[in-house]
Write a protein that binds this ligand. Sequence first.
Ligand code: MG
Ligand code: ZN
Length: 313
Amino acid sequence: MFHQITTSLPNQTTSLFTRHEPSNISPILLSPHSRLRIRKLLSGSPRNRSSIAGKIPPAVVMAETVVVFDFDRTIIDGDSDRWVVTQMGLTQLFEELRPTLSWNSLMDRMMLELHSQGKTPSDIAECLHKAPIHPRIVAAIKSAHTLGCDLRIISDANQFFIEWILEHHDLLGCFSQIDTNRTVIDEEKRLRIFPYHDLSSPHDCNLCPLNMCKGLVIDQIRAIAAESGRRRFIYLGDGSGDYCPTLRLSKGDHVMPRKNYPLWKRICSNQTLIKAEIHEWSNGEELEKILLHLINTRTTEEITIDNGNHLGR
Ligand SMILES: [Mg+2]
Ligand SMILES: [Zn+2]
């Protein structure tokens, strides 16, 4: 069942929108080259990442909430792969090769093409900085982080694209983990993109592409989150790849599909399969309003579940 949220945001939350957290991470991310040296450090646990960024843990208001974002057409308005392909003049080659390669392999091939044209990873990063992102989504992410939520990304884009865009908008430090296709810059300074899953031991999910099953990723996140007492999930996405993780959400969780996009259409086709509460959104203002309302509000059902847990101890 779809839930409409009409309540206005509490003043306390509104006042957080303009807050800009100090970030000590930017100076060491100035070039893709220096970035690579710290990637290994950053790829560890969320705790490692926070300490590297020098962040002081935010006030823990809703510490039990994990917010999982898709990236393309959810955090940014469009698709980062398509953005780079069109902005860097690869549309024709991309369309020619599209029938012959998986999306993941095709994007790796596009990066090799850019290298052969003399384009560097810095040129790609500069292009990524111009990718449109709605200001209210930037604000929503910063507010959710300040409120103490554990923010994560599961995306079929890639590490290089996502991290450069987030860093440009001072958002990288808000996320404890980003699960996406791996990237490296090789010795010839070529950006290479690799599948998230090891293709030699393929997953058996028939809903997802071979390189990434987001449902498997969210299962892992849920298992780890449960150990630290985080048990309420809010999942935001737009694409057909977001349907698999949506099916794995439980009662008491929330899914926020972007209205009129493939995930929303799939959910609408049979809502009885979805255990989480469904909250549709169309633009940055709606995403911000609904997300912060959910973070600040606990449903009767959640309180009941929580009381049940207390009684069971
Ligand atoms: Mg998407
Ligand atoms: Zn799957």
